[in-house]
Design a protein around this ligand. Structure first.
Ligand code: FES
Length: 96
């Protein structure tokens, strides 16, 4: 386990990046996340973390929908997915 991409679902050994990918590809509930990457389909103790990742994604989508078109074009709200790096660092951030 790396601190940059921790396991969220220990039962199925599913990392945070895999869950974020499932959510980005359309999983909009804990059940659908489980259907796409199996996270949360065993003991269910990771469900609060799955819900938090879903909430975070929804909040980001809401912010994107409310942003002026000019800001949306600079991908300020896009997830940055690179191996070994957290996935929610905004583009252009100095915290790389
Ligand atoms: S920790 Fe995710 S199902 Fe058990």
């Amino acid at each position: 386990m790396t601190p940059e991409d921790p396991y969220v679902c220990l039962c199925l050994a599913v990392r945070e990046s895999e869950i974020r990918t499932a959510i980005a590809e359309g999983a909009d509930s804990v059940a659908r996340v489980g259907g796409m990457c199996e996270a949360g389909t065993a003991c269910q103790s990771c469900h609060p973390q799955l819900r938090e990742l879903l909430r975070e994604h929804a909040a980001k989508q809401l912010a994107r929908s409310r942003a002026p078109e000019s800001l949306r074009q600079i991908s300020l709200f896009d997830d940055v997915v690179e191996p070994g790096r957290r996935t929610n660092t905004p583009s252009g951030s100095h915290k790389r």
